[in-house]
Write a protein that binds this ligand. Sequence first.
Ligand SMILES: [Fe+2]
Length: 299
Amino acid sequence: MFKLAHISDIHLGPLPPVSKRELVSKRITGYINWKRNRSKHQDQNITASLLKYMNSLNPDHQIITGDLINLGLDSEIENAQKWLEKSFAPRDTTVICGNHDAYVRGSLAKAFKAWSPWVVGDKNKPIKTDKDFPSVRRRGKISIISCNSARASAPFLATGYFKYDQAIRLKEILEVERKTGQCRIVIIHHAPFPNATHKHKRLLGLNNFLQVIKTEGAELILHGHTHLDTHSKIKGPDSDVPVICVPAAYQWAGHKKPASGVNIYNIEKSDKTWQIEVERHGLLKDTDTNFSLINKTKF
Ligand SMILES: [Fe+2]
């Protein structure tokens, strides 16, 4: 059995000092939002406790589906690199980027470079742009297929992008991995199903993604972005494909969205089909440090 852990939307805090020059951009709205909401909470304790709890579950591999940072600042990218170095072995952890990692033009390329050991596929080909996705990491019979939906967007927008050329490459990869009997786990930051979010946060090019999955299928799709604990599905060639999100790592108990958590996927093959069980683990009420199993679902 392979045990895969999934966390997302870390939004590492506290915010490092921001210069006036850095704020003259889309960052000003994000900065005001941060000051209004996050700065009042000691949510760094929650993220640290989440990592400790996740480690205690002994996963074989960990997935982080984007938004490691907030405003795409150079100092944040550097802090996130240190955070990754401290807690995550690159071979056992796969990271993709989210819209906050691509907050302003230029941020995404810097993040790819700094976080490269956790982002690159097995071939170690440097990742510079969208064109370098999807990348693939095989861990035994499990294939983690990383898609990129992050791109800088205009102020007040948090849209993702999944263009036709990435869809073509995804289809080819899914076909190869299927033919070699791999369990295909597709990861993408933005929610890849209809009506998942408000219009200003949606995935543009969603139909490109849906069409590929409808034709080629996948065993599991993981995403972040909405900060919710949803379990949706989209059409595959023979049956529906589960699409699962996990709450943001920093969310405190009592937040308007579900409290911080980690999902564990227990994956094994039986009778030629992949069996996947998802365990949802979350932060307990009135605490910043205690996590526990919430429920289990098999599909
Ligand atoms: Fe986020």
